[in-house]
Ligand binder design. Structure first.
Ligand code: 5GP
Length: 194
């Protein structure tokens, strides 16, 4: 995806600890045109999968997911990270371990919005060690729905998540893959350019 690659190279900042900061278009300020292009790309890649729901994680997964849902013509459900006054029971819950924060957090969705007839596309902003995506896959499995695949906006290809998810048999579609963040420089995997 040229437009996404360009954004990452022009506006991404490498932080210590192999973290890419993309607050200017994805994680804080959001570029709607880019999100629409991302949504269209996910929709194209999964157009024959019979998707009925998109499932993501709050908050940074929501923008690309809404655009994918719009293009696919299906609702978007976002898993919550925090306990909510309105989301207390009737829940599916999975535990997600964050290597960067070294903490575990529960993520939850209501049982009302995904059921065993659904075909789910999981979307997230980043794929690093794969724990967030695995948590969303676990939630999907709890619902009895079919998991059609996992769409990732930016995969850090030098971390283990992509391989882990593929070894588990999941279809993973990453729109940009970063091969390295060494020397404060973003190296993108160019064969992923579409
Ligand atoms: P994983 O669970 O795959 O290890 O990490 C994925 C989650 O961690 C994403 O949902 C994202 O919020 C966050 N994350 C991991 N690496 C990065 C990064 O380099 N930059 C940003 N902005 N978020 C990241």
């Amino acid at each position: 995806m040229d437009i996404l690659h360009k954004k990452i190279l022009e506006h991404g900042h490498v932080l210590p600890g192999n973290v890419l900061k993309v607050d200017s278009f994805l994680n804080h300020q959001i570029d709607p045109e880019l999100m629409l292009a991302i949504g269209k790309e996910f929709a194209t890649r999964f157009k024959d999968a019979g998707i009925t729901k998109v499932l993501t994680l709050e908050s940074s997964g929501i923008a690309p997911s809404v655009m994918a849902g719009l293009e696919l013509g299906v609702p978007v459900v976002f898993a919550r990270k925090r306990k909510s006054l309105t989301l207390v029971d009737n829940l599916y819950t999975a535990t997600v371990y964050s290597y960067t924060k070294q903490t575990s957090n529960d993520i939850s969705i209501s049982k009302d919005y995904i059921g065993d007839n659904d075909v789910v596309l999981v979307i997230d902003d980043f794929l690093a060690n794969g724990q967030a995506a695995l948590g969303l896959a676990t939630l999907t499995e709890q619902t009895g729905a079919t998991l059609a695949g996992i769409g990732i906006v930016i995969e850090k290809g030098f971390q283990s998540g992509g391989q882990l998810l593929k070894e588990k048999g999941y279809r993973v579609e990453s729109l940009a893959v970063i091969d390295s963040l060494e020397n404060e420089t973003v190296t993108l995997r160019t064969e992923e350019v579409k």
